[in-house]
Write a protein that binds this ligand. Structure first.
Ligand code: AVJ
Length: 323
């Protein structure tokens, strides 16, 4: 059962332009927000990343969800709505939705800033019986607020935040984000949180710098998007993808390295100088420990109900209950 997506415009072009300007004028480290990686092509490239042999993260997430969905569904109250922050194209959500709808009717609200991912997700899950899908093209917290304001008095919410997207919020923003979610929930609501765990650095680097160059294309596409949407003249051949592990923050960072000194023009007035070798920081992927997740969850006023870990690719599914 599918409902048409609610056409709420989210990605205001002014904010993209403003964020690009702010990020590229930062010193000493230029940066661009990772959420802009997911335009139409970027969302497709990300789906391709999930199929790469080096990128075990999505398969681990999916295995855990498949294996533990019955157990998770058993713990959920009868009157429940499900909200997913960043549904992507919906593949791994199937298991949990199928387990939940075995017992009850469910309204499922995927919240996505990528209209392509949202429509793929709605198509992918349309065959599940007893499921009403209401896509919201909004930022995460806006979408969650919208849903939480409209829920019934005795209806609980299960928020799903999978795929370790939490790791894109560099500490302490990850904790603040958990607190922001918690504020929109009531005691007894749930958060199912996927988090990638620390593992040997060479495995992490290969996962973010694959042999086919898909992640490089995903990263460089951000410059292509700035060219297309903001009229810039980035020469993509003069920048190179780089993945590094920051041992201080325990994060994989993606950067785009300028291969020479160059000046890029964005729109008609804005010019940015790059030194030879200078980088733009485009993404942070924090790698957690189980204890760190538990501690942040508790600080944000959640009780840790369970932490399940995949054996093949260290990754955790954390079931948290709002206290
Ligand atoms: C979707 C944010 C979890 O950080 O691993 C994949 C995005 N970046 N390869 C991640 C990503 C490079 C991914 N998340």
């Amino acid at each position: 059962m599918t409902t048409a997506p609610v056409p709420i415009a989210s990605g205001r072009p002014e904010s993209f332009a403003a964020d690009v300007r702010a990020g590229l004028t930062k010193t000493p480290q230029k940066e661009l927000p990772s959420k802009y990686l997911y335009d139409q092509l970027g969302s497709r490239l990300f789906d391709a990343i999930c199929e790469l042999p080096e990128y075990g993260l999505t398969r681990a997430d999916e295995r855990l969800l498949r294996r533990h969905s019955p157990e998770i569904a058993d713990q959920m109250p009868g009157n429940l709505l499900v909200c997913e922050l960043g549904s992507g194209s919906g593949g791994k959500t199937r298991w949990i939705l199928e387990a939940l709808t075995r017992r009850r009717q469910i309204s499922y609200y995927p919240i996505e800033i990528s209209p392509l991912a949202l429509s793929l997700c709605q198509r992918e899950l349309a065959d599940i019986d007893s499921l009403a899908i209401v896509g919201l093209e909004r930022e995460y917290l806006d979408g969650l607020r919208h849903v939480s304001e409209r829920r019934g008095t005795d209806q609980a919410i299960l928020v799903m935040f999978l795929g370790s997207t939490i790791g894109n919020f560099s500490a302490p923003a990850d904790l603040r984000f958990l607190q922001d979610i918690r504020r929109l929930l009531r005691p007894g609501d749930f958060l199912l949180l996927g988090s990638d765990l620390l593992k040997p650095i060479p495995d992490l680097i290969s996962a973010y710098d694959d042999n086919l160059g898909v992640t490089a294309a995903f990263n460089l596409n951000l410059l292509s998007r700035v060219n297309l949407e903001l009229g810039a003249d980035f020469d993509l051949r003069q920048f190179r993808h780089e993945a590094r592990f920051n041992t201080v923050t325990s994060s994989v960072e993606m950067h785009l390295r300028s291969l020479r000194a160059q000046t890029v023009t964005i729109g008609t007035h804005f010019r940015v100088d790059f030194q030879d070798g200078e980088t733009i920081w485009t993404e942070n992927s924090h790698k957690y420990s189980l204890a760190e997740i538990a501690e942040k969850a508790q600080t944000a006023n959640f009780r840790v109900q369970a932490q399940w870990v995949d054996q093949q690719w260290p990754f955790a599914e954390n079931l948290l209950m709002a206290e």
